[in-house]
Ligand binder design. Structure first.
Ligand code: SF4
Ligand code: SF4
Length: 78
């Protein structure tokens, strides 16, 4: 599990998303939706920071469009 205090809300690369909804179905918080262009986005206020959507081994997202913002997390540590 990811510590919510680190604010590790995943980020979705709009250029990579193909709208397959795998992340939408996998999100336990039901906080990933498709927008009017069928691109996934996260309602950050409801994200539980579980990290499931951004799982990388193997990637949950077939397009590898979802990442945890490790760069922001590292900046928070400084
Ligand atoms: S799993 Fe990836 S490609 Fe599929 S809807 Fe989610 S972000 Fe888009
Ligand atoms: S981190 Fe968990 S709760 Fe947040 S959007 Fe991803 S799957 Fe949903």
């Amino acid at each position: 599990m990811i510590n919510p205090e680190t604010n590790m809300i995943p980020e979705i690369d709009r250029d990579k998303c193909n709208g397959c909804k795998i992340c939408v179905k996998a999100c336990p918080g039901k906080c990933i939706f498709l927008d009017s262009e069928d691109i996934a986005y996260i309602e950050a206020d409801y994200c539980e920071n579980c990290g499931i959507c951004a799982y990388e081994n193997p990637h949950l997202c077939p397009e590898e469009a979802i990442k945890l913002p490790w760069d922001k997390w590292q900046r928070n540590l400084q």
